[in-house]
Design a binder for this molecule. Structure first.
Ligand code: LLP
Length: 433
């Protein structure tokens, strides 16, 4: 079964009926840090990174981990130690990349709305390349580079107008999306870029969306990039690098979906652009981090409603927003394995936030649970902690990294004082109570 490469190998397994992250029992972490928390497996992160290395073996390449998926410093340090590059989309992410030990020449700067400050930061600190997305951005980047006495390597992100067949909020390669330059206008835009003194055109960039579970859209997009590369070369440009973006999907619903393997994705890359003699960059985020993490929560109450039963958890939409935002599915499993033959019943699983949207799932068949039970959300390592907030003054939850039998808190839960003291009261309100 295709999905076994992840499902069987994500290092979150039951041992003697207790869910473990690698060799660490989840209840041990819960006792040490309290719930809810995120827990990541180093072995799974490493394995997923290596799957891409294997997939692109034999081609000149750099895997630029898309840190928007999970930008914890410890996760980044692990990626850097494996030899990865990194894809950043803000000045904050650029700073995180440097702090985690990425060499500037392994940092790619993407994003549709880069500011002057972000350009200055990356130009001064060093950068592998900017992926530019519009003509005004090109002009601004060139002027900033000239002012700083630099010439910056760029690719232009093209929008190939391909249907990625994914959720509308994470599709980026259709003409209607805000991303990139229409591929039909690419030659004209490259000519403009080549004339700008602060820019050095080196390649082409494309990213068509996230959580793609079919290789066909990649194939279509990369064929268009191949064709464009030939035309651009004929126009006299040096195209030596292709950034093919991220987007390969993961099996959120294990029983149901078997997305393509990185190895199969690598074949598509080879087949479509492998003959161009370009260095290949890819920007995977979700496939590296997604199944390397779980969100662990406690049941506060099992509540019987008029026509349904609820599990009310101590985790909520502010901790994991994907179900509320995209209607996303996450497998929910008990930390203590159910006894064989124990029945299941339908639950709505919800958090304590004061909105009906704070619902992780409706009418999911689960083992009966009661107050104090630990449950886990699988596939929560990507776009989990990074998208969380402190809505309802619920502190950001801790992140834990496991390595074999060890675990470490890699982001601590803030105290309430820290949260409250971030706010300040203006002078004119001081003393009024
Ligand atoms: N490169 C670019 C330019 C991107 O915009 C993205 C994701 C990636 C790479 C990484 O894509 P991945 O390999 O992770 O699919 N919050 C959403 C996902 C947003 C993805 C945004 N861009 C979610 O929770 O599903």
């Amino acid at each position: 079964m295709a999905f076994c490469y992840i499902a069987g190998m994500d290092h979150f397994l039951y041992k003697d009926g207790i869910l473990h992250a690698e060799d660490v029992p989840i209840p041990e972490i819960a006792a040490a840090v309290g719930t809810p928390f995120y827990v990541y497996s180093s072995a799974t992160l490493t394995r997923h990174y290596r799957l891409f290395e294997e997939a692109l073996a034999g081609m000149d390449h750099l895997i630029c981990y898309a840190m928007k998926a999970n930008s914890n410093q410890a996760v980044l340090r692990l990626m850097a130690s494996l030899g990865a590059g990194v894809d950043v989309v803000s000045g904050g992410e650029y700073r995180r990349a440097l702090a985690a030990g990425f060499a500037p020449e392994r940092i790619v700067f993407s994003g549709v709305g880069k500011t002057v400050e972000e350009m200055e930061l990356a130009l001064s600190g060093g950068i592998r390349q900017f992926n530019v997305e519009s003509e005004p951005e090109m002009a601004l980047l060139s002027s900033v580079a000239v002012r700083l006495g630099k010439v910056v390597p760029i690719t232009v992100r093209v929008n190939p107008d391909v249907d990625a067949k994914t959720h509308e909020k994470i599709a980026t390669g259709k003409a209607e999306n805000k991303f990139g330059i229409p591929i039909s206008r690419a030659r004209e835009v490259y000519a403009q870029a080549a004339a700008l003194p602060g820019l050095k055109v080196i390649g082409v960039d494309v990213h068509i969306g996230s959580q793609l579970t079919d290789l066909e859209p990649f194939e279509q997009a990369y064929l268009k990039v191949s064709e464009l590369t030939r035309s651009l070369r004929a126009d006299g440009h040096t195209i030596e690098r292709l950034d093919l973006g991220g987007g390969l999907g993961i099996p959120y619903e294990r029983s149901n979906l078997a997305p393509p393997l990185p190895l199969e994705y690598g074949e598509v890359v080879r087949r479509t652009v492998g003959d161009l003699g370009c260095e290949i960059e890819i920007e995977p985020g979700r496939l590296i981090a997604g199944n390397a993490g779980m969100l662990i929560a406690s049941v506060i109450y099992e509540k019987s409603g008029e026509d349904r039963d609820f599990l009310i958890l101590d985790a909520a939409m502010n901790d994991l927003i994907r179900p509320a935002m995209y209607g996303a599915y996450h497998d929910i499993v008990p930390v203590i394995e159910a006894a064989p033959g124990e029945g299941q019943k339908p639950y709505d699983v919800v958090g304590p936030v004061c909105e009906s949207g704070d619902t992780f799932t409706k009418q999911r068949m689960l083992n009966p649970a009661q107050s104090g039970d630990l449950i886990g959300f699988r596939s929560a390592g990507a776009y989990g902690a990074v998208m969380s907030s402190e809505y309802n003054t619920r502190p950001l939850i801790p992140e834990i990294l496991v390595h074999e039998h060890q675990f470490a808190v890699i982001r601590a839960r803030p105290t309430f004082d820290e949260i409250i003291n971030r706010d300040t009261i203006p002078e004119w309100l001081e003393g009024s109570d």
